[in-house]
Design a protein around this ligand. Structure first.
Ligand code: TYM
Length: 343
């Protein structure tokens, strides 16, 4: 029996939600609602793999939830909740810790980047992070996962884990009524012109929550003046804009600003270049600031409005968690049967 299609994705509540998170993930989450049943999670268990101040963690969890809602996610038709409220994530992650191989995790570039030179001091959770991520998706038997480009390797690992589980437990899964394997191999959806939004100060670095320079990113809660100022100060190169995507090669700053414009305008890079080809950066920057204020500004305003009523956000998370738990518990029952745990 074919596994029904289901979208799952998540965002960490680690503060400074930025334009990369919005264009690479959250905006696309909203777009997928029309075609799929979607589950969007605020992944607080992932956040604590590096130290989080408890009060800030709660605040940031509500802020990501507010961003989901402000971006247009309908919490009545789809599921929005925070990860720690559904214990199936942590339970399945443990089982996956026993399926995944050390050699697989040793290859994860994000761990190497985040742990840096002080690997011995990194939390064990940071190392096994990708197993939890696989569990997030697979505890719902998620089939489609919209993410930014930086999550590609983790998604490949999730597929490897699903595959190995299906092979290791093939006989037992058949006995439990799943002859084709219990887990789907989840498909990463990394599409559109802004799957890797770069820093506004350095086209070689990703726009990131942890960049010490606030000028490097557009925060979702920036006001119109800061947005305009940051776009004005964005790094460029001395040439004019090309008319074809090929002309953006080896010009990371130009490629980034054009990609951001295209994503905000809901058009292709080709369409943006047919408008701006031959123009100066100052023309593109003027139009970019305008469209960013018009598109991101209202999302930030709505986030601030929602954050004024934290009780309502908590109610939405608790309602989403209740619905997520029903799905996760049913799947965990089968997983436990397959693994041989007495229930
Ligand atoms: P996180 O919280 O770092 O980022 C959330 C989403 O934003 C995307 N993103 C970007 N996209 C384009 N340009 C950028 N500069 C940029 N920076 C971030 C990320 O690719 C991501 O889609 N491990 C995940 C969270 C997670 C998850 C999951 C995702 C946990 N479990 C299960 C999917 C499925 C993370 O750290 O995302």
């Amino acid at each position: 029996m074919a596994i029904p299609e289901r979208v799952f994705s998540g965002v960490q509540p680690t503060g400074n939600l930025h334009l990369g998170n919005y264009l690479g993930a959250i905006k696309r989450f909203a777009e997928m609602q029309a075609d799929y049943d979607c589950i969007y999670c605020v992944v607080d268990l992932h956040a604590i793999t590096v130290w989080q101040d408890p009060a800030e963690l709660s605040h940031n969890t509500r802020e990501v939830t507010a961003a989901y809602i402000a971006a247009g996610i309908d919490t009545t038709k789809h599921i929005v909740f925070n990860q720690s409220q559904v214990s199936g994530h942590a339970e399945l992650a443990w089982i996956f810790n026993c399926v995944a191989r050390m050699g697989w995790l040793n290859r994860m570039t994000q761990f190497k980047e985040k742990a840096g030179k002080h690997k011995e001091n990194a939390s064990v959770g940071l190392y096994t992070y990708p197993d939890l991520m696989a569990a997030d998706i697979l505890v719902y038997r998620g089939t489609h996962v919209p993410v930014g480009d930086d999550q590609k390797q983790h998604l490949e690992l999730a597929r490897d884990i699903a595959q190995k589980f299906n092979v290791d437990f093939a006989e037992s899964a058949t006995n439990a009524g799943h002859p084709d394997g219990f887990f789907p191999l989840p498909e990463p959806l990394i599409t559109g012109p802004a799957t890797r939004v770069m820093s506004l100060r350095d086209g070689a670095r990703k726009m990131s929550k942890s960049d010490p320079s606030d000028l490097s990113r557009i925060n979702m809660t920036d006001d119109a003046d800061s947005i305009a100022k940051k776009v004005r100060k964005a790094k460029t190169d001395p040439d004019g804009l090309p008319s074809e995507p090929k002309g953006l090669e080896a010009r990371p700053e130009a490629e980034n600003l054009v990609g951001i414009y295209a994503a905000l305008a809901n058009e292709t890079v080709e369409a943006t270049l047919s408008q701006f080809g031959g123009a100066q950066f100052s023309d593109l920057k003027g139009a970019l600031a305008d469209i960013m204020v018009a598109k991101v500004g209202p999302v930030g305003d709505e986030m601030r409005r929602l954050m004024d009523d934290p009780g309502e956000i908590d109610r939405i998370l608790s309602d989403g968690a209740e619905r997520a738990r029903v799905l996760a518990d049913a799947n965990m029952n089968v997983v436990k049967e397959i693994v041989g745990f007495i229930r």
